[in-house]
Write a protein that binds this ligand. Structure first.
Ligand code: ATP
Ligand code: MG
Length: 405
């Protein structure tokens, strides 16, 4: 057993010793039964938040309104949430308020999917009132209770169902799938941040399964501000993204390339999805290289110039993008090629020059704009011929240039 799991059970035990019920619950139980790596251990308990706070020395009131206290034990942390039912829903958004209850069963009933609605006790008892274990065996994604009602309560659950179908390579049970198609329009009410988080997880897993299901259920239009009348672009997007390594910026650009959408539209999509700024930058950097078509015949100089001007990650993504679209069977070859070129790159930035601005000043070059000018020119010389990159040769170059400007 992993250490963190042992600590999680200690937390459960402490709650029990204080007279409450407590269980591991949700994703960690699902992943444990599937023998998958467990991200985080969530604990559900009959104790009210203030009662949880009283049991442990180190707690953080993460979401008291929703009954969640973070407990810190032995360098691990756990979300401990009071048994609850969700209160009134406001049009497919998160519940306005929650109601604490004293029974595990009621708590499990508010959860989204049968495979996520199981709890495990310290004595090894699996509490599984909705047949989650059966659905795990049958590789089936099924809503807890009436899917139409559950998706009307919180429309994000539809995307979660599709995401888990992709991650676990499960089938969505018929009634649940039908309900997604019927209730897809409710995604309009879900916040862009919640949609973004699900879409990113879908894109990083078996994205072909996810995109096919999104297409089939007509939920796609609510992720991309785009009418989705033609299947072919989405078929391409599914195939290309699934062939590519799980790199977000790369997979995003493959979707844009598959849909063949123009820059303003891409901008609108990037804004709409509220992506983190680093990811937006990575995507824009890659878009800036779209006109450059990678070729196995690129001279070494071209590699050096591109690495220097655009950075390793962007050039690598561009090459893999090319491979995925035009010659997927050569993807490993392209990976190896980029890696080999990286190993011999002489210069990534000015500071990789074998001489500094200080050296130039000592040789009588004035500080100020001229200095930057010479350094840039030296960088170009090294990119042309890496043999130049030693102190003497570089100084010699500057002296020559100064004589014949
Ligand atoms: P992962 O961490 O891989 O996303 P998870 O199932 O642990 O999967 P979390 O978002 O961490 O997902 O949620 C923990 C648990 O809370 C879920 O297993 C599920 O029981 C419940 N849950 C999460 N989101 C919802 C929701 N929108 N509606 C109902 N129950 C939910
Ligand atoms: Mg989780």
């Amino acid at each position: 057993m992993e250490r963190i799991e042992a600590v999680a059970w200690n937390v459960v035990e402490s709650l029990e010793k204080a007279g409450y019920e407590a269980y591991l619950v949700g994703g960690c139980v699902r992943d444990k039964l599937l023998n998958r790596t467990i991200d985080d251990y969530d604990i559900t308990t009959s104790a009210l938040p203030e009662e949880v706070q009283a049991v442990f020395a180190h707690t953080v009131p993460t979401g008291l309104k929703h009954g969640t206290v973070t407990v810190r034990e032995d360098d691990c942390q756990f979300e401990v949430t009071t048994f609850r039912t969700d209160g009134e829903y406001e049009d497919g958004r998160r519940p306005a308020e929650v109601k604490f209850v004293r029974s595990l069963e009621e708590d499990l009933a508010r959860r989204d999917l049968t495979i996520n609605a199981m709890a495990l006790g310290r004595d090894g008892t699996l509490h599984d009132p909705f047949g989650g274990q059966f659905d795990l065996l049958a590789k089936r994604i099924k809503a807890v209770g009436d899917p139409v009602q559950r998706f009307a309560e919180d429309a994000l659950r539809m995307l979660r169902a599709i995401r888990f179908a992709a991650q676990l390579q499960f089938e969505i049970e018929e009634e649940t799938l039908q309900a997604i198609s019927e209730e897809a329009f409710r995604l309009q009410q879900v916040s862009r941040e919640r949609i973004r988080d699900e879409w990113i997880k879908m894109l990083l897993t078996h994205s072909d399964t996810a995109i096919e299901l999104l297409w089939e259920t007509d939920t796609l239009r609510h992720i991309f501000s785009r009418p989705t009348s033609e299947p072919e672009p989405w078929e391409r997007a599914a195939a290309w993204t699934a062939d590519a390594p799980p790199d977000l910026a790369l997979r995003f650009c493959l979707v844009f390339a598959a849909l063949d959408i123009d820059e303003p539209r891409i901008d609108k999509t990037l804004q709409g999805l509220k992506l983190p700024s680093q990811l937006k930058k990575d995507i824009r950097d890659l878009l800036a290289l779209q006109a450059t078509e990678p070729s196995p015949d690129w001279p070494e100089r071209t590699w050096r110039q591109l690495f220097y001007a655009h950075g390793y990650d962007t050039v690598r993504r561009r090459c893999l993008q090319h491979a995925v679209i035009h010659e997927p069977e050569k993807l490993p070859e392209w990976s190896a090629r980029v890696e080999a070129r990286r190993a011999v790159q002489p210069l990534w930035q000015l500071s990789d020059l074998a001489l500094t601005g200080q050296d130039l000043i000592e040789h009588g070059i004035n500080e100020g704009p001229a200095l930057g000018h010479w350094l840039k020119r030296l960088a170009q010389a090294v990119l042309q011929d890496p043999a130049h990159n030693n102190r003497e040769a570089l100084l010699q170059l500057v002296q020559d240039w100064q004589r014949t400007p």
